[in-house]
Design a protein around this ligand. Structure first.
Ligand code: F6P
Length: 493
């Protein structure tokens, strides 16, 4: 039953994520002088992954509309029911830029950058998580399924369970979950685990992430774990050898709508655009591509270093090879990201200064986000795709590249530290910290014979099409609703 004080909503599926699939922008002034609203697709893999499910399910999507201090009534955008959550400028600074992206993000990505630990930003994280939990509770019908997403909202599952024990609650972590030795640094490590354990199913990208989580639960709470099952004492059972709830912690590697990407790639105007891109770049023999949010986890600097050395060593020639690097703006108010931008742009400028000629630019660098159509044209145009992340939950760019290459051509160079490497084994796998190894891999990709390219791409495509995003969400939701039914004593067919 729902507790008496919490309102009950109408949606039988509610998705909760920090960012909505659309960000608000002020549109042009209407003739009567009032401001108009423009909604643009927001960045990141989470949105790409969840959009198809939300369009087909008629559920509600609870999240932040991308701007501070603005309230918006729920609305429908492109077939998706949107429930905006208001955040103040101060909350954004402390909860989003601070605790989420200056503490949890670097901590969960192997401390590539140093995480900051501040008590005030933790307080803001708790406050904002409460607001998201309340908004989700107010949208969810009795007995509804609520699916909470990502590291910004790890306290929401517990808060929801306390407010609405009638709900079936899932959580999916889109980023890595760190090994215990790193996780243990977090001053609020027990509170975060307690928050997550409010869910019935906790999903991770990789087997190793789920293992790290279960290990942290054993070390910090001593709860018994058997495979993917964790027995969590209910509040009544606390301290006694009494009642427990079954929580499942398991990996569900996320994916993309592969068919939609291929369909886009088959459009004549997108193929024409791909040809145009190559032509505009002076028709290089080999076009290499990097596509990332401008984030220190992505190994953009390592990639540029390897490319620069290949040019310096004359193993590659600027007349033959161009690297297009799309670095979409991200978290620009966080200091580490500001510093990274300076570092990358300095490296790009130096490399171009050293190696570009009047007719051939070594790196064509773009600090922009582009519409999906343009990304697909770039993927089609690229002979070699470079994914050199130092740590990445999944990396959907790798899967998008594969889905687009219906021509069976193109070579994917993929970091073993991206979740995608667990599945995409026929890529050229690299350790991006090993610059020599990365250079060898890039050179190998450039000279790879057509037969080998085709053989590898065929195998990669099978993986991506067999395990698309519909299979991902169906598998998670099946585990979630099946698990809840077991909990409630409902027999499974
Ligand atoms: O999956 C990681 C993630 O942080 C998502 O939660 C997020 O929406 C996306 O990357 C983009 O980051 P941000 O929302 O901070 O711009």
């Amino acid at each position: 039953t729902a507790s008496a004080e919490s309102p009950v909503g109408t949606f039988s599926l509610v998705v909760v994520s920090n960012r909505l699939p659309v960000d608000h922008e002020d549109g042009p002034e209407a003739p009567d002088g009032t401001a108009t609203d423009v909604w643009r697709t927001s960045p990141g893999g989470l949105v790409t992954a969840l959009e198809p499910l939300m369009r087909s399910s008629g559920g509600a999507w609870v999240g932040w509309p991308g701007v501070a201090d603005r309230s918006f009534e729920p609305f429908t955008n492109d077939g998706i029911n949107i429930v905006p959550v208001r955040l103040s400028a101060e909350e954004l600074e402390e909860y989003y830029e601070g605790f989420s992206n200056d503490t949890l993000w670097p901590l969960y990505h192997d401390v590539i950058a140093a995480p900051a630990f501040h008590r005030e930003t933790w307080e803001a994280y708790v406050t904002v998580n409460k607001r998201f939990a309340a908004a989700a509770a107010a949208s969810a019908a009795l007995g509804a399924t609520v699916w909470v997403h990502d590291y910004q909202l790890q306290l929401v599952p517990r808060m929801l369970r306390e407010a609405r024990p009638d709900l079936v609650i899932g959580f999916f972590n889109h980023i890595p979950f760190p090994p215990y030795g790193i996780y243990a640094q977090l001053p609020w490590r027990k509170q975060i685990l307690h928050g997550l354990l409010g869910a019935d199913v906790i999903g991770f990208q990789r087997l190793a992430d789920a293992g790290n989580f279960s290990r942290a639960v054993r070390r910090l709470y001593g709860y018994p774990t058997r495979g993917v099952v964790i027995d969590v004492p209910t509040s009544e059972g606390q301290g006694r050898s009494g009642a427990t709830r079954r929580v499942i912690a398991k990996h569900f590697p996320i994916s993309i709508d592969a068919v939609a990407y291929e369909e886009m790639a088959r459009r004549p105007e997108i193929q024409a655009r791909a040809r145009q891109i190559r032509e505009d770049l002076g028709n290089p023999k080999t076009l290499m591509l990097g596509v990332d949010r401008l984030d220190y986890t992505k190994g953009i600097g390592h990639r540029i270093k390897a490319f620069g050395e290949l040019l310096a060593d004359k193993r590659l020639n600027v007349e033959d090879v161009t690297l297009v690097q799309v670095a979409s703006p991200s978290r620009e108010r966080v200091e580490t990201y500001k510093a990274l931008r300076d570092e990358i742009e300095l490296a790009v400028g130096r490399l171009n200064g050293d190696f570009s000629t009047i007719s051939h630019t070594a790196i064509s660098y773009h600090h922009h986000g582009y519409p999906r159509e343009e990304m697909v044209a770039l993927y089609l145009a690229a002979d070699v795709m470079l994914v050199t992340a130092l740590r990445d939950g999944m990396n959907l760019v790798a899967k998008e590249y594969v889905a687009v290459r219906f021509d069976g051509d193109g070579v994917l160079v993929l970091s073993e530290f991206a979740g995608a490497a667990d599945e995409l084994k026929q890529a050229i796998l690299i350790n991006p910290h090993d610059i020599e190894g990365t250079k060898d891999a890039i050179e190998r990709a450039v000279v790879m014979p057509k037969r080998e390219r085709t053989r590898r791409m065929r195998a990669l495509r099978k993986k991506v099409f067999d395990n698309d995003v519909a299979a991902w969400s169906a598998s998670f939701l099946r585990t979630l609703t099946g698990g809840a039914a077991v909990q409630a004593g409902i027999p499974q067919s």
